[in-house]
Design a protein around this ligand. Sequence first.
Ligand SMILES: *Cc1c(COP(=O)(O)O)cnc(C)c1O
Ligand SMILES: [Zn+2]
Length: 430
Amino acid sequence: MSFEPIRPALWLACRSCGNEVPEDSLGIRCPSCRGLLDAVHRRPDLPGPLLRNLFQTRCDIQSGEEPSGVWRYRELILPTCPEEAILSFPEGNTPLARREALTDWVGVERLGCKVEGMNPTGSFKDRGMTVAVTQARRVGATALACASTGNTSASMAAYAALAGFPALVLIPAGQVAMGKLAQTLAYGARVLSVRSDFDTCLTLLDEAVDQLGVYMVNSLNPYRIEGQKSVVFELLQQLGWHPPDWIVLPAGNLGNLTAVAKGLLEALGAGMIDRLPRIAAVQAEGAAPFAAGFHEGFTRRHHVKADTIATAIRIGNPASWDRAVDAIHATEGLVLTVSDEQILEAKAQVDRTGIGCEPASAAAIAGARALATAGVIEPGHEVVALLTGHLLKDPGIILDRYDANDLPAGWYPIREVDPTLDAVGAAWEP
Ligand SMILES: *Cc1c(COP(=O)(O)O)cnc(C)c1O
Ligand SMILES: [Zn+2]
């Protein structure tokens, strides 16, 4: 007779060399080959229906960690973490909004928008950050760092403030939207504006972590992925655990795509759902190395010099490439591109519903529309689009359109008037 050795609830595995590392390792890369580490969970003790009940019960509890839309699912995220060690705002609990006008515009019958802009710092990054920063404190880190197009740094800076950690940010000079930079500064991070692009900032920081003695919280860090999975559990719960046919999301560094697929596979493995949605990952035309790879069957890795108005996905050399290839294969996923014009058009539609989002998020809506038009998404399919970041992240893009007098349908020009009743009356024509 042979027995399986008893496994801990969670460990890290290198996807390049297969090396296994304890979950409380201070380094975020494989110590033998510097490959990326993935968190691996032992099968949860509870069967799927009981897990679903447990998560449902917690939705009514307002104390402790239950109000967090990340930590409510902690058995599937960081089961080894004692509750008193958790650093949480709380985060998550974002609406799955439905708007008839937007559903019609996309060309489907059922569209839910997961409004991730309603996270504490205005983007989905908070879901991964609460877990990465909690883990940073557990493993004895003393300072945090990230390279960022803006949202990661805003989120890291906020959680660093919560934890009392100093925080270092590398941003590409002149390429970060105003809302994100303002947040990062206000929450008290130290910002280095690097005269280069995001990809260079990430490589530079990745090489500098040991010298600087900082804990890196980019999505290379496996705990970011673990936290970001929670968006899947939350949206499935909002749908009564009936999976949608499609999840459509914007793709830049490919951490979110990795996390969404991992969450789906683990929900399936735990018996919480009985089938997988397909994932559609949407890139901006000017920053689409992963789409180029997809069209060649992922035979080689691509890098490009990235250029798009959607700064959150302005990434030319995505760090989670290999993980994301697996994510596409496992979910029968696909990758497509949309132009900046399509992104702006979709953003105007999302904004006019009153939901609002930043440009990168609108790429998901533009992509869903393109897939519905092409008949890939069928009219009867249920679609969930991840609206990753808040409208206020990038006010510049809106004000620039006003200044350029490039108003989409449904916007009104600002009219300057004299301070008289006549002038105000004459200007009001509903
Ligand atoms: C980070 C981010 C993305 C891209 O996610 P990746 O994990 O880099 O692919 C998309 N939209 C917004 C608003 C983001 O902040
Ligand atoms: Zn390795």
